[in-house]
Design a protein around this ligand. Structure first.
Ligand SMILES: CSCCC(=O)C(=O)COP(=O)(O)O
Ligand SMILES: [Zn+2]
Length: 214
């Protein structure tokens, strides 16, 4: 489906969803120093052709402006004429969409995801078990044991993107960049938000449990 053929109402709905999520996450302090980026896919999905709305790069995400979002294609290139620059990490979003066909991807930098990803960075994954919010990831198995993948935080985003296919864990809707932040996704914005909140709960739980035990 070409970008022009995607109904205007669907595009406006995606922008409205992003605006609300952006406001909610900003209120939690989840976009320090302009970090973080958000996207919602629009139109039909084929691995080789799709479109999504993404946050513009370098904006203060705690305020709303008419220049907060733009639409890009599967290669991360603007889908229509604009002076806006897509997020510097758009290629990571594009690769996750290509591999999963998901509907929304949210990326935030938090103290907990940074500290925990550094602590387990050499292991390559964050292990978690016995934390109720694992169910928030859609994993309902009793006492499930999960491994959340960690990728190196290369300066070159294409170098990170090319590691994603091998890093993806079936049933784990997230990837962490070491000492950088998390990407969480879902079939739609509601699910991606639930997954992101669940991951962040898990990271804080691990951090506080380790601190308590000394
Ligand atoms: C200012 S934090 C460094 C860049 C980053 O990791 C990030 O999430 C924000 O980049 P964007 O281009 O999406 O504003
Ligand atoms: Zn980032």
């Amino acid at each position: 489906m070409s970008f022009a053929n995607i109904p205007l109402e669907e595009k406006q709905h995606a922008l409205q969803e992003l605006r609300i999520i952006k406001e909610q996450f900003a209120a939690r302090g989840w976009f320090p120093g302009t970090s973080g980026n958000l996207s919602v896919r629009v139109g039909a999905y084929q691995p080789e052709q799709f479109h999504f709305a993404v946050t513009a790069s370098g904006k203060d995400k705690s305020i709303h402006t008419p220049e907060d979002f733009l639409f890009v294609d599967q290669a991360g290139q603007p889908a229509e004429a604009t002076k806006l620059k897509p997020s510097a990490e758009t290629l990571i979003h594009a690769e996750i969409y290509r591999l999963t066909g998901c509907g929304a991807i949210f990326h935030v930098h938090t103290i907990y995801n940074n500290i925990i990803s550094e602590g387990y960075g050499d292991t390559g994954y964050i292990p978690a078990q016995g934390i109720e919010l694992i169910k928030g990831l859609g994993i309902w198995e009793e006492n499930a044991k999960i491994q959340i993948p960690i990728l190196p935080n290369f300066a070159a985003i294409p170098r990170i993107a090319e590691l994603i296919p091998a890093a993806l864990q079936q049933d784990i809707p997230g990837i962490v960049l070491r000492n950088h932040g998390i990407y969480a996704w879902g079939a739609n914005a509601f699910e991606a938000k639930r997954h992101l909140e669940s991951f962040e709960f898990i990271f804080e739980h691990i951090y506080r449990s380790l601190t308590l035990r000394g």
